[in-house]
Design a protein around this ligand. Sequence first.
Ligand code: 5GP
Length: 112
Amino acid sequence: MTLFEKIAARQVPADIVFEDEHTVAFRDLHAVAPTHVLVVPRRALPKLSDATEADAELLGRCLLTASKVAAQLGLDEAGYRVVINTGADAGQTVFHLHLHILGGRALTWPPG
Ligand code: 5GP
């Protein structure tokens, strides 16, 4: 099992802020913004570039969960960023697809 599957299964502790049948959202252990939450699908997919047509619903559900969680955490009005790091150059470190929700401060562009 990946680390994030274990968190989703509550075998590894995390500050879970939302969960449904398909997705789980929890606070990042090393937050880089005042609000930094990860959204993961319960079904493991290592990285975005591995996705196929069969994963279309899973990808959509992750985005919808990100939107719901951002609203739940009060980020809608000021705005927020959703990031998917994919592969080595993006700095992906956990190979279970996850969306970063970043908010609570003005974010710079382009990212580093
Ligand atoms: P990546 O760099 O793969 O896009 O992001 C992985 C994220 O997972 C990092 O922001 C890192 O801080 C977070 N992370 C790594 N291990 C844990 C953990 O055990 N618990 C939580 N909540 N976050 C973790």
